[in-house]
Structure formats: C-alpha cells, structure tokens
Design a protein around this ligand. Structure first.
Ligand SMILES: Cc1ncc(COP(=O)(O)O)c(C=O)c1O
Length: 387
C-alpha cells in the first residue's frame, strides 16, 4: 500500500489550533508540533468502526490496547515491559506536571537542559517547584551536554531530572553512552528521571536507534518515569491519549496518587487510535519517515543555499522540527518579521534561547507547503537586507 503525503488536506476553518492562530491571514503555520497529514488509514478505519458501535460510556483500556504497547516496545526497542507498569494519561504535559508534584515538594528543584520544550520549565513552576536549567553547548558539530555545569547545578533541593529523548527542539538522538552517563548522574544524586520519549518513533537517521532510558540498567529503570504517546508519530495529539511506563511499584503508586481525582480518564476513541497506531501502522510510519527525510533534506539544502543569515547548527536526527539560528539576521523580533512575510514559526525564547537568536520550524507538512514557506522566508530575508 502506498501513502500520499503530498495530498493537501484543508485545515483552515477546522478546530486545528495550528491553523486557527493565523485564521484570516495569509500566514503558513509552521509552529505547534502537529503535522498536516491525515492519520494512517488503519487508525481512521478503527475509529470509524468504534464510532459505528455508537456507545461512548466511561472508558477503560481493554487488554489488547495495552498489549499493543507492550509488543511495540519489545519489537522496536527490545524493551520488555509489564502491562501493569502502564499508567494512562490524557497528555504528556499532564505527565510532566504530575511527575513534578509526585516526586518534588514545593521549593524543590527540577533540572532540565535547554533549549527545551517549554512545559519542561513551566510544569515545575505550576506547583511551586523550581525549574533549574543548564544550557547545551555546541561542539564537535553537535549539541552536547555540559556535564560540569550539570554537576554544578545540583543542590540539596534537586529532586528530579527532566530528559527529552529524542530532544525537542534540537532534533538530537541521545546515544547510549550519553544516556548511561545521565542515568548514573541521576543515581549518584538520587534524582527521579523523567524521560519524555514522545518523539521516539520519529528518528530520521536510520543508523541511530532509539534507546529508551529505562533499558539502561535495573537501577536506572527503577527511578525512571517514561512518558510516551502515539500523538506525534501518528498525528493524533487532539485525541489526548498518552501513557507513563513506571517499572517501580512504589514510584508508580506515588505517581498514580498524584493524579487522583484531578487527571481525566483517556477517552474511548483515544484508546482505539492508540491500539491501531502501535499494532497496525508500521508501513505508514516507515513511509512517513521517508517523506520527512525528504522534507528535512530539502530544508537543509534550501537554508544553506537561499537563506543567508540562517543556520542549522547540528544534524536533524529526529522529529519534524528544525531549530534555526537566525541571530546573524539581527532582527529584534524574528517571529514578527517572518509572520509579516507569511510564515508562522515558534519563538526560540519560549524554549529558553536568547530572544531574537532562534526560531523553530515544523516541517511536518506537504512538500509544497514547505517549499512555499521557505520561499517566503527567502523573500523576508531579502526584504530585511534591502532595508
Ligand atoms: C517533548 C514533548 N513533550 C510533550 C509534548 C506534548 O504532549 P501532549 O500533547 O501529550 O501534552 C510535546 C509536543 O510538542 C513535545 O514535543
């Protein structure tokens, strides 16, 4: 079966958060991380069947749904998980907030590496915990962890480490040695390690395996809360279906207790989509990855050739998100400037970068949309240079 990712789908005028932002304006939305592709046919068929059943009572996962995750983890990553370790959640951001509340007290510190997906920094603050950030450093042609700075950041109040594996927005796949070092760091300082792996099925470089943080050793697994979802890969974030995998029974109980009475149940359709995603959509996922690789390559070539003042500082190994250094353009507000020229990007400062230095571009769209967005960015840069 072939899948046509070039087929445009009209999203203007729908409930799409991504497209509503610029409703009524000729701005291509290349910001929030959802893709402009329809979900895989197998998910759509499963949802149709479920809707035709016609009943939407309070939902609980059936065995085959959790089994689809268990099987996918083993087949894809060699990670043997017990179905009892799975805690369902209506979103990963919920998971970051619950983790903050379950494993740190008010005033305790939660470490993360920046730039990073903004809720890594806001989740601790939402419940009076403190977000402490350590910037990545650029060396050897890639983003590296500043291990000395990470050690210096530890205080008696550091309780948690938030890891983004693979990393948004740097599109970096962590190597096993790096993960082992991070895991050992958490063991040494007695930190709970929360590993957000929402982008793990979107690795673009076929030579790089995804290594779930919890496979590294039993000792590391025991302190790891892994957060995952079919949302990004299968483009179903609006169905609000995610899960934590927590091997340690005591930590799992503590996590579940922090959700009690506050965190909503996953809905009927979300479970159905999740099961189909992990069980029936591997050919679609492979086709998606091939298409995204094509988009990434187009983007890299275009930036190098036609966007003076814009730099991709490191390889894009995973995700459909490109982190662009635009500081050489000297724009006070790059987001506003590109919007004026018809492209809606994400502000780097939200991820912890210095304002005006970086923007994030979502290339999870048709090649025609990406080409047009890049053409508009070129025009935006020309207009700025002529000023
Ligand atoms: C690293 C990361 N975690 C979590 C999320 C959002 O997860 P959810 O929509 O399930 O809250 C995103 C979305 O972009 C993300 O990039």
């Amino acid at each position: 079966m072939t899948f046509d990712f070039d087929q445009p789908v009209e999203r203007a005028g729908t409930d799409s958060q991504k497209w509503q932002k610029y409703a009524g304006h000729d701005v291509l939305p290349m910001w929030v991380a959802d893709m402009d592709f329809k979900s895989p046919p197998a998910i759509l068929e499963a949802l149709h069947r479920r809707v035709d059943h016609g009943l939407f009572g309070y939902a609980r996962p059936v065995k085959s749904t959790t089994d689809s995750i268990v099987t996918a983890m083993e087949l894809r990553y060699g990670w043997k998980i017990d179905p009892a370790w799975v805690v369902w959640l209506p979103g990963l951001v919920v998971g970051l907030n619950v983790t903050s509340q379950a494993f740190a007290d008010p005033g305790d510190e939660v470490l993360s590496l920046t730039p990073v997906y903004p809720p890594f920094m806001t989740a601790p603050k939402n419940s009076s915990r403190v977000s402490v950030t350590v910037p990545f450093v650029l060396s050897d042609g890639g983003w590296q962890i500043d291990w000395a700075a990470l050690e210096r950041a530890i205080t008696p109040r550091t309780k948690l480490f938030f890891l983004c594996n693979p990393h948004n927005p740097l599109a970096r796949v962590w190597r096993r040695e790096e993960l082992v070092k991070l895991g050992e760091f958490c063991v040494r300082h007695d930190l709970v390690l929360c590993s957000d792996e929402i982008h793990c099925d979107l690795i673009l470089d076929p030579s790089l395996p995804h290594v779930p943080t919890a496979v590294l050793s039993p000792e590391i697994a025991a302190r790891t809360i892994t957060l995952m979802a079919p949302s990004k890969t299968y483009n179903v974030p609006g169905l609000g279906t995610s899960f934590a995998i927590i091997p340690d029974a005591t930590r799992r109980s503590r996590f579940v207790l922090a959700t009690a009475g506050i965190v909503a149940e996953v809905n009927n359709l979300g479970y159905v989509a999740c099961e189909a995603a992990y069980r029936d959509c591997e050919p679609w996922r492979q086709a998606l990855l091939a298409y995204l690789r094509g988009n990434r390559d187009l983007l890299l070539e275009f930036v190098a050739r036609d966007l003076p003042g814009v730099r991709v500082e490191a390889p894009i190994e995973a995700t459909y998100l490109a982190w662009l250094n635009v500081s050489a353009l000297g724009l006070a507000d790059p987001i506003a400037h590109f919007e004026q020229h018809g492209v809606g990007l994400s502000e780097g400062a939200y991820f912890g970068a210095k304002k005006g230095t970086h923007v994030r571009l979502n290339f999870g769209c048709t090649r025609a949309t990406l080409t047009e967005a890049l053409r508009r960015m070129k025009a935006a840069i020309s207009a700025h240079c002529l000023r």
